[in-house]
Design a protein around this ligand. Structure first.
Ligand SMILES: *Cc1c(COP(=O)(O)O)cnc(C)c1O
Length: 420
């Protein structure tokens, strides 16, 4: 006997909206941030070239991460662009990355005229798989750009060894991975690669609306990343000149002042997310065909569930629809297509009609390129929104809705996938 799904006219598990990262309900923003922003406005120094908030924030962030350098910028995409620019590829050089991420991972590669080469992911985490990366290395590879998806640790210790063996750079995209712990020693994500990149966009663990950070221990890479976001203007020398092609991706003083307060809240934000996630992870252990990401080191930007549709009685799209009707928002697949199948890449919509730099690509950006990536997006990856403000009742509702939908789907199909 199962209860009727809300999708089929039954009573939904909940009707109240959950705390959401799209507004104050799911964000940890307080009076201190208001004061910080107001004090910058009162000072009249809103730009980092005249104020000191950004410089102080950079020092504080580097110290927090235990790296020598941090450079602030206007977004996570800008922070990644600065990292790619610091690597300084020649046009047509290659950077190996994942097709399962935000577009902010891959656009900076194209913007710097390098060619993204896609490696496949581990189906149990969605993170780059080391052997697939190894197989994608060519004489033109200059860097590996790895993502810690949803805050789950990617195999960066192995990838750093691989990068070092080939004399190439490892960039970690940590936009979803503040305080993620990686490797046997539990290093902070972002500190194992040569460069680590973070985002302060609205939905990330901490936010200033938008914003980014690039961290490194390498003085040369740090200087190039810093100059790149400020028109390559070496202000420290007093000379008004431009040392190479750079842009204006500066973080404003208001963003920096807010971000400094947010950084002070980060540890609590991550531990609240972890505590809530551990409750839901336990629920998932009872539900055959549904698996949480391995909990070790994960910082839970969102909460991914990995499905075996044959056992779970439905695919991620079917689950997302049924959960949505129960009042539990969920997203089947995370993104609608792998990054290499978006028009920018698949149709080479880059610079005019030139197709540059993708005219040099040896990979065909076509379905079948990365099968595990495509399986996850196509039906095996269910993403539950997550934040630090869920009450234990909220988390219970996630569990009840998952149990209910799972029970109905499995009863209906006797195990064979039908919903979705
Ligand atoms: C959010 C995000 C980015 C881009 O950051 P923005 O601040 O939105 O530009 C890049 N990579 C990943 C994995 C992200 O989640």
């Amino acid at each position: 006997m199962t209860t009727a799904l809300a999708l089929d006219g039954g009573t939904p598990i909940r009707t109240q909206p959950l705390p959401s990262v799209s507004d104050a309900s799911g964000r940890t923003l307080g009076e201190e941030e208001v004061q910080a922003a107001a004090s910058v406005l009162r000072s009249g120094r809103l730009n980092s070239t005249v104020g000191e908030q950004t410089a102080v924030f950079e020092r504080e962030f580097a110290e927090y991460m235990g790296t020598r350098y941090a450079s602030a910028s206007s977004s996570g995409t800008a922070a990644i662009h600065a990292a790619v620019a610091a690597v300084d590829p020649n046009p047509g050089d290659e950077i190996i990355t994942t097709g399962l991420s935000d577009a902010g991972t891959v656009m900076p590669i194209l913007a710097q005229n390098a060619v993204p080469v896609f490696a496949d992911v581990d189906p149990s985490t969605g993170n780059l798989e080391v052997e697939s990366v190894r197989a994608a290395i060519t004489p033109r590879t200059r860097a590996i750009l790895v993502v810690h998806l949803f805050g789950a640790p990617a195999p960066v210790v192995e990838l750093r060894a691989l990068a070092d063996a080939h004399d190439i750079i490892l960039i970690e995209d940590c936009a979803q991975a503040y305080l993620t712990r990686v490797g046997p020693e539990g290093a902070l994500a972002g500190t194992v690669g040569h460069l680590g990149c973070f985002s302060l966009q609205q939905t990330k663990h901490i936010t200033a609306g938008d914003g980014g950070l690039t961290i490194t221990n390498d003085g040369r890479l740090a200087r190039r990343a810093r100059l790149f976001v400020d028109k390559a203007w070496p202000r420290d020398t007093g000379e008004r000149t431009h040392l190479f092609l750079g842009l204006n991706y500066r973080m404003t003083e208001i963003q920096s002042a807010v971000a400094r307060v947010q950084l002070g809240r980060l540890a609590d934000v991550v531990s609240a997310r972890r505590a809530a996630a551990s409750v839901l992870t336990t629920v998932l252990e009872e539900l055959p065909g549904l698996a949480a990401a391995p909990a070790d080191g994960t910082s839970y930007w969102q909460f991914p569930v990995f499905l075996d549709p044959q056992v779970a009685g439905g695919d991620a799209g079917g689950y997302a629809e049924a959960l949505g009707a129960e009042g539990i928002p969920a997203n089947g697949g995370y993104i609608t297509r792998p990054l290499y199948l978006t028009p920018a890449l698949a149709e080479k919509r880059t610079y005019g009609t030139s197709g540059l730099p993708l005219t040099d690509a040896w990979q065909e950006y076509a379905p079948g390129l990365c099968p595990a990536t495509e399986d996850l997006i196509g039906g095996r990856l269910l993403v539950l929104p997550w934040n630090e403000n869920y009450s234990s009742e909220d988390v219970e509702d996630f569990g009840s809705a998952l149990r209910k939908v799972h029970g109905a789907f499995v009863a209906e199909t006797g195990g064979a996938a039908s919903r979705g």
